[in-house]
Design a protein around this ligand. Sequence first.
Ligand SMILES: NC(=O)c1ccc[n+]([C@@H]2O[C@H](COP(=O)([O-])OP(=O)(O)OC[C@H]3O[C@@H](n4cnc5c(N)ncnc54)[C@H](O)[C@@H]3O)[C@@H](O)[C@H]2O)c1
Length: 327
Amino acid sequence: MKLLVTGGAGYVGSHTVRALLAAGHDVTILDNLSTGHRWALQGCELIPVDLRDTHNLSRRLKKRGFEGVLHFAAKSLVGESKNHPAIYYQNNVGGTTNLVRAMQAADIPRLVFSSTAAIFGNPVSDLIDEDHPKAPINVYGQTKLVVEQMLQAVCESSEFSATCLRYFNAAGANNDAKLGEWHEPETHLIPNALRAAAGTGNPLTLFGDDYPTNDGTCVRDYIHVDDLASAHVAAIEKMNSSSGFNAFNLGNGNGYSVKEVITACEKAVGAEIPYTIGSRREGDPATLVASSAKARSELGWTPEHDSIDEIARSAWNWECHRRDNLT
Ligand SMILES: NC(=O)c1ccc[n+]([C@@H]2O[C@H](COP(=O)([O-])OP(=O)(O)OC[C@H]3O[C@@H](n4cnc5c(N)ncnc54)[C@H](O)[C@@H]3O)[C@@H](O)[C@H]2O)c1
């Protein structure tokens, strides 16, 4: 298929571009490079447009013959979203509204959207499936839920199709170490633990150890970024034969505590990682674990890198080699 990937210069987007290319698809990237990187483009054409630039966006999508869009472009820092809600709504909601209108004007019929576990808020069950109540507790999650609702309404009123993929915690890197996670600032546990170990980051602080979990630290579902990438390939290909609105939760179904993740990072690095215990972070539920049964059965998708040790090893491999690639 001839596909457009917004945010394809970012972390999850670039790994998905790699998987789409490997599956034989023709990929063009649209990105404003606000948090994305030129080194992640992998030889694809870049359309350097901001989704908020309605006019240019529409102009650049016309007459290109795109058959579908995978939409990763968004701002995704929970803390930042609290301090700058209007910017988050403008970028994530306004940007997606512009994208959908430009797609409709260019007759592009299908969209895969990067959604998030943050739309669920505080869990009311151990495993979070697609029907779990949606009650986001931060602005970032609100913007993603509003987009899901907008996409559902558009699908119900036209020939447009949208699939929302709600990731839990994306982690790890492709094994060839040519792509990996590089956010500034970095808020994710695994790269921060590894950088603390390597002396290239700040000392590690855990946000609370008094949660009602086995060791008192928060439990999360870490999913390897290459497994997210393969789910996107399956989702866009499935949309050739099915239409309308759909949503899938993507995780491993295994929860690991912050301390267990640090142990996995220590094994990968071969050294102890010192940390201090800080206070709880506002808006952090004790446990967030996905049920991905629907994705497994309807997309025929199976995560292939579900061990936390493997995820930590792949992230460490990237940390060790990324300096050669950040050009
Ligand atoms: N990383 C995770 O753990 C995680 C979890 C759940 C959901 N998500 C979602 O997945 C998507 C990708 O996340 P990521 O970690 O790869 O983020 P990222 O910051 O690495 O990538 C986002 C990309 O979008 C681009 N972008 C942002 N705003 C844009 C705009 N207005 N116009 C054009 N380009 C723009 C950035 O330059 C960047 O290349 C996001 O939508 C995020 O909300 C990520």
